[in-house]
Design a protein around this ligand. Sequence first.
Ligand SMILES: NC(=O)c1ccc[n+]([C@@H]2O[C@H](COP(=O)([O-])OP(=O)(O)OC[C@H]3O[C@@H](n4cnc5c(N)ncnc54)[C@H](O)[C@@H]3O)[C@@H](O)[C@H]2O)c1
Ligand SMILES: *[C@@H]1O[C@H](CO)[C@@H](O)[C@H](O)[C@H]1NC(C)=O
Ligand SMILES: *[C@@H]1O[C@H](CO)[C@@H](O)[C@H](O)[C@H]1NC(C)=O
Length: 290
Amino acid sequence: MKQFLRYRFSTVLGVVGAGQMGTGIAIVGSAVAGLRVRVVDVNEQRLNASHNFVSKWCDKEIQKNRMTDQIKTDVLQRFSFHLQMSDLASCDFVVEAAPEKFEMKAEIFRQLVKATKPETILASNTSSISITKLAGITDRPDRIIGMHFMNPVPVMKLIEVIKGLQTSQQTLDTTLELASKMKKEIVIAQDIPGFIANRILMPYINEAIQTLHEGIGTVEGIDKAMKLGTNVPMGPLTLADFIGLDTCLEIMRVLHQDLGDSKYRPCPLLVNYVNAGWLGKKSGRGFYKY
Ligand SMILES: NC(=O)c1ccc[n+]([C@@H]2O[C@H](COP(=O)([O-])OP(=O)(O)OC[C@H]3O[C@@H](n4cnc5c(N)ncnc54)[C@H](O)[C@@H]3O)[C@@H](O)[C@H]2O)c1
Ligand SMILES: *[C@@H]1O[C@H](CO)[C@@H](O)[C@H](O)[C@H]1NC(C)=O
Ligand SMILES: *[C@@H]1O[C@H](CO)[C@@H](O)[C@H](O)[C@H]1NC(C)=O
């Protein structure tokens, strides 16, 4: 119960993109950090779905005895949902969680620069786009930072914080303070493709798929070897199915292109699975059937 705050901080948090990640970030901002949260999306249906999700999430917390009806009311009162970027004018800190396409993020950052105060910090949840490059198109490169939240946001403890070349110490300090209000653990990474988590995880998953491709082990065998042999909660092929094989392939392609090293070459079997539409759990079939 004490993890949910009933009081308000003066900071107003903006979230751009009311998808899975954006909604999760907004929940943690309101329910855990006690911030007022303004959520913007271009799609009204997504905004409504996000609103409903927050309410249902609170109900589940109440059922688990972790929240009261009063706290739910407070959490929802701190929320507002908007279709216009200009509604973020009062925000001190904005986290962008729109789809992972550079041109789209660039356009959002251009709009954010116009919509917000010059001192507002703009953070991106990008997993593969350069923070330094995004910062370059704004009027405030020192106030641009990466906050890479893990999915599902309310559950996962980690935020990978990415420092662009021009990110200031003050911006970093404010971001760390926000992360700590959200009761998250952080790790600071430099702005090099993949940062820390994906740089290590994706080549590992890719190598597991290569091991399957070469017939060295079966799907079950490879997962069992890693799960019981290295004490990870799930094997690499199960994990790949959960993440989405298209996402895994996209990240491998970024590592391959941007780091220019053939060791990041996506496994041909991974490419074939994605071409077949076998994307993992979300499509009903990946290395396993769901
Ligand atoms: N979350 C995951 O586990 C996961 C898995 C696989 C792939 N992805 C990738 O991550 C990206 C998005 O992640 P998500 O899960 O939050 O997806 P999402 O699509 O649910 O969320 C993105 C939101 O941003 C909104 N948006 C788009 N353009 C906007 C704009 N200009 N201004 C404001 N809002 C805008 C969209 O309407 C959408 O609601 C996608 O590229 C997706 O392919 C995510
Ligand atoms: C979203 O919710 C509002 C208010 O409940 C409603 O008027 C509107 O029609 C909904 N929009 C969509 C696209 O579902
Ligand atoms: C945010 O980062 C997470 C973790 O990599 C990723 O799953 C998700 O696609 C990203 N979402 C957005 C909307 O940027």
